[in-house]
Design a protein around this ligand. Structure first.
Ligand code: IMP
Length: 184
């Protein structure tokens, strides 16, 4: 744990504990960046950041990628059906560029039920990209409802609500440099 992480814990007493420290995140993101760089030699992929949560991951990941690439952004919100996400997502902001014939890497903060990413892959698949892969910082596997293939995963985590590094609670705490768990 870095001095910064400790300082945040002191300032934010509602955080119960740090699940993944900022150092662990930075090391793992570098590994993923290297892996992606090796896999996409000779290609110029488009990283699609799923807003809002994936923005810190996109920024850190792309700075560890050594092949030429572009970034684009998409914002989605899910239609809620009772208490559970239905997986039907509303596109709040669509891509600026054309992905036809391109290698696309969807960048997500967390895959929970898998419904959102499955829907997005289906939607973007209709635009005839050359390939679509998923890079997610977190995989909350025990919560999965829809099976999706995840190509680049930072960390598998238990079925707990987490905040930080892009992930929010009521639109707050996205700025924390680590992944934390709030007090119950
Ligand atoms: P899915 O369709 O259930 O996979 O939903 C994924 C989305 O739910 C993520 O992009 C997050 O916005 C949100 N989400 C899921 N789990 C958490 C969490 O533990 N903390 C904060 N947001 C979460």
């Amino acid at each position: 744990m870095t001095f910064d992480d400790q300082e945040y814990l002191r300032r934010y007493p509602f955080i119960d504990r740090i699940l993944i420290s900022s150092e662990e995140i930075q090391l793992r993101v570098r590994e993923l960046g290297n892996e992606i760089s090796r896999a996409y030699q000779g290609s110029s992929p488009i990283f699609v950041c799923i807003l809002k949560g994936a923005y810190p991951f996109l920024a850190d990941l792309t700075r560890c990628v050594s092949v030429d690439h572009e970034v684009d952004f998409m914002a989605v919100s899910s239609y809620e059906g009772g208490t559970q996400s239905t997986g039907v997502v509303k596109i709040e902001k669509d891509l600026k560029g054309n992905i036809t014939g391109r290698d696309v890497i969807l960048v997500e903060d967390i895959i929970d039920t898998g419904l959102t990413i499955a829907h997005l892959m289906e939607l973007l698949g209709t635009r005839n990209p050359r390939s679509i892969r998923v890079a997610t910082l977190l995989d909350k596997k025990p919560a999965r409802i829809k099976n999706v293939e995840l190509h680049y995963v930072g960390f598998e985590i238990p079925k707990e609500f987490v905040i930080g590094y892009g992930l929010d609670y009521d639109e707050k705490y996205r700025n924390l440099p680590f992944i934390g768990i709030m007090k119950a």
